[in-house]
Design a protein around this ligand. Structure first.
Ligand code: PLP
Length: 358
């Protein structure tokens, strides 16, 4: 064969992408990815393993994941007329939603927000628009959002509630106004719902869908996300998902975990308590401004032009957080830290103090 020409083989949108970079965290105290730091008791692990022992690995999984879907409907208190679609993480659901759109569609979200909305829109050749949040409080800039809705008539609007990486809940009045103004779907992404004490789940109807995941709750390794919406919408998405997108071990393990919800509720309480401790510790440091969070991470601002240096100095001390400064805009000079165990958080704070004193 002649030499492969990748430039003509792949779509320009794909060639133009830079690979989604996930830092190698081996050996680090890992506070970069909003994971739950707590594991399970030996007893719990033993009963989980006992259940997995009989998992039918030789068989394809239930393509509809019926038992798990039913359990999720009950645990999320969904009414009967609302359907669920399960995905290999909510990332897959974002991809499914966007894959279903006509090629020239517009997609709207905020800047900053979860990077996957833009990343996936870009490689699918959709027109993505991010409307800047308000600089004073990271809330929605409602007039600017309404302008963008009028201008682009987006097929999908993504709103992360709470928002990543700012950690705040947008004003619910503003969200409701956006829902009323939208002609397309409004996806409320509640990845951090376990820490938020706020939800739009009871607003699911017509063009409103709510997406959740078990990742931030403490099951990131299993890859399970889900979205709730009207039957007519969910039905379309089912057509384009791969038939067995939720594997046997994930179906079985999430089912098991949801039967032990109290364990996660306890862990979540511990994380929220630590969030309060960390927020005030951060704000007591000279030169640091930490922002209130309804999630399991905290965004904080460092002295001008120091973010990357401070990030590297913290990393050199064995603690990995996330440098969001390179994203620019409202995130200039900002770093994001996940709330870990009290010991991990102390190690991070100590490393930050050393970094600031240099
Ligand atoms: C982490 C995150 C997701 C992705 O969750 P997965 O289920 O692990 O794919 C989705 N949305 C937001 C806002 C997130 O922060």
């Amino acid at each position: 064969m002649t030499k492969l020409n990748l430039q003509t083989l792949f779509r320009p949108e794909v060639l133009a992408l830079s690979a989604y970079h996930v830092a190698d965290a081996q050996g680090f105290i890992k506070l970069d990815a909003m994971e739950n730091p707590y594991t399970w008791s030996e007893d719990l692990k033993q009963s989980w393993l006992a259940k997995l022992k009989d998992a039918p690995l030789n068989r394809y999984p239930d393509p509809e994941a019926r038992e798990l879907t039913q359990t999720l409907k009950i645990s999320n208190q969904l009414p009967d007329n609302i359907d669920l679609l399960l995905g290999n993480g909510s990332d897959e659901i974002i991809q499914l939603l966007l894959m279903a759109l006509p090629v020239n569609s517009h997609v709207l979200s905020t800047t900053p927000s979860f990077v996957m909305y833009k990343q996936i829109s870009d490689y699918l050749g959709l027109n993505y628009h991010g409307v800047s949040l308000r600089a004073d409080n990271f809330d929605l800039d409602l007039p600017a959002m309404l302008n963008a809705i009028e201008k682009y008539n987006p097929a999908i609007i993504f709103l992360a509630y709470p928002n990543n990486p700012t950690g705040n809940l947008f004003s619910s009045d503003a969200i409701n106004t956006i829902i009323d103004a939208a002609n397309g779907l409004v996806i409320i992404d509640e990845a951090y719902e376990p820490f938020a004490n706020a939800s739009f789940m009871n607003r699911v109807a017509n063009n409103v869908l709510v997406m959740r995941t078990v990742s931030k709750l403490g099951l990131a390794g299993l890859r399970l996300g889900y979205i709730a919406g009207e039957h007519e919408i969910i039905e379309q998405l089912h057509k384009i998902r791969l038939p067995y997108n939720i594997n046997v071990l994930t179906q079985s393990s999430v089912q098991f975990a949801l039967e032990h919800k109290n364990v996660f509720e306890e862990q979540t309480r511990a994380i929220c308590a630590e969030r309060t401790v960390m927020l005030s510790a951060l704000n007591s440091l000279n030169g640091i401004t930490a922002y209130d969070s309804a999630a399991n991470f905290i965004l904080f601002k460092t002295p001008e032009n120091q973010a990357t240096k401070i990030f590297e100095a913290i990393k050199a001390q064995g603690v990995l957080i996330k440098n969001v400064h390179p994203q620019g805009g409202l995130l200039t000079d900002c770093l994001r830290v996940t709330v870990g165990t009290p010991e991990e958080n102390q190690a991070f704070l100590q490393a930050l103090k050393v970094a600031l004193s240099r």
